[in-house]
Design a binder for this molecule. Structure first.
Ligand SMILES: Cc1ncc(C[n+]2csc(CCOP(=O)(O)OP(=O)(O)O)c2C)c(N)n1
Ligand SMILES: [Mg+2]
Length: 365
């Protein structure tokens, strides 16, 4: 008996605005001027904050952080598509999106300076804290999406971000499996920035695309130009509408690039070629989108200068707020391990505080 084909799969790629400025008007999302300028501002702010933070870190005024330069469109486009009712469940490279969700830059800086208070947002923000353990946020996102479905919350979905490296984690597969089985309102956005610290994308997975992982879990999947903010908006908008109407999860692979170091603690020159980085700078999501806005008559040099000044002042004010802050609680991390106090954690807190005292007495601080 011959083999008979039982299924055939295909995968699409979405790009609306290419790096040369060519626009597919059929796919162009219908965004208002306010929305277009809002997302441009957010992308520009993320870029400027990143560059300022890098200088602060090098001056010893800020702790380690993971720069988002180059990936602004992959995060800000989806965030623009989200409503405040939706949940934002990110990893550690989504600064622009977090700021769009109302987080203050001063708070984010506080976290990068090692103060856990900066990572605790009010529950009403529906924005989960930064998640450092790779992929660990994805099951949380599915759990929240399950709760949204269980409670019958209308027009609400969960958008979760993670990297290409996270697709190798068990958490990723378990989360996608349950999301599919339960048909929860979740949108998975994989920021394929081509690197997981020093591990290149080709060593992370032998799959030709990461979007095809969706096929195994029988959910819609699409590969998107992650440096094209219009495409990222459009793909997320469609995924959210699907989620709101009870049609389950979607997987989006955003093809983008990490233009800077993994974190301020490593040197990418040790493991990647300069030519590759140069080629990706030519696909800079900000430059492309600015040209689009200029072409529509919505942006010009004067507006750019005014925005740059406003953002520089805003970033400086955030730095001032950070550096003027007093009453930092060194044992704050112990407050957030469980929802209620736990004896073991309290013992560890006491030990930690006693250690600090000893250091002070010995003149180390
Ligand atoms: C479970 C776990 N293993 C290892 C690490 C160390 N680590 C931090 S980020 C990272 C790479 C993540 O790569 P990717 O998912 O592609 O995200 P990107 O950093 O590129 O945004 C690793 C291995 C960690 N934080 N958590
Ligand atoms: Mg990566």
């Amino acid at each position: 008996m011959p083999f008979r084909e039982i299924e055939r799969f295909s995968l699409s790629y979405l790009q609306v605005l290419d790096e040369k400025g060519n626009l597919d008007t059929d796919l162009e999302p219908k965004l208002s001027t306010d929305e277009l300028l809002r997302v441009y501002r957010a992308m520009f702010l993320a870029r400027e904050a990143d560059q300022r933070m890098l200088k602060l870190q090098r001056q010893g005024r800020l702790g380690t952080f993971a720069p988002c330069t180059g990936q602004e469109a992959a995060v800000c486009g989806p965030t623009l598509a989200m409503s405040p009712r939706d949940w934002f469940v990110g990893a550690f490279r989504e600064l622009g999106g977090r700021l769009m969700r109302g987080e203050s830059l001063a708070r984010a800086l506080l976290y990068y300076n090692g103060c856990e208070e900066g990572n605790a947002l009010p529950a009403s923000a529906r924005t989960l804290p930064v998640a450092i353990p790779v992929g660990s946020q994805i099951p949380h996102a599915v759990g929240i999406a399950y709760a949204v479905k269980y409670r019958g919350e209308k027009d609400t979905a969960v958008v979760t971000f993670f990297g290409d490296g996270a697709t190798s984690e068990g958490d990723f597969h378990e989360a996608l499996n349950f999301a599919s089985v339960w048909q929860v309102p979740a949108v998975f956005i994989c920021q394929n920035n081509h690197w997981a610290i020093s591990v290149p994308r080709r060593m992370q997975s032998h799959s030709r695309t990461l979007a095809q992982k969706a096929i195994a879990y029988d959910m819609p999947g699409v590969q998107v130009d992650g440096n094209d903010v219009l495409a990222m908006y459009r793909a997320t908008r469609e995924a959210l509408d699907r989620a709101y109407s009870g049609k389950g999860p979607t997987f989006i692979e955003a093809v983008t690039y990490r233009l800077m170091m993994h974190t301020t603690a490593d040197d990418p020159n040790k493991y990647r070629a300069e030519d590759e980085v140069k080629a990706w700078w030519e696909r800079d999501p900000l430059v492309r989108f600015r040209r689009y806005l200029e072409g529509k008559g919505l942006w010009n040099e004067t507006m750019q200068t005014a925005l740059a000044e406003e953002i520089t002042n805003g970033v400086e004010a955030a730095v001032k707020e950070l550096e003027g802050r007093t009453g930092i609680k060194p044992d704050a991390p112990f407050d957030h391990i469980f929802g209620t106090r736990h004896q073991l954690i309290e013992e560890e807190r006491a030990e930690f505080l006693a250690g600090l005292e000893r250091r002070k007495e010995a003149g180390h601080d």
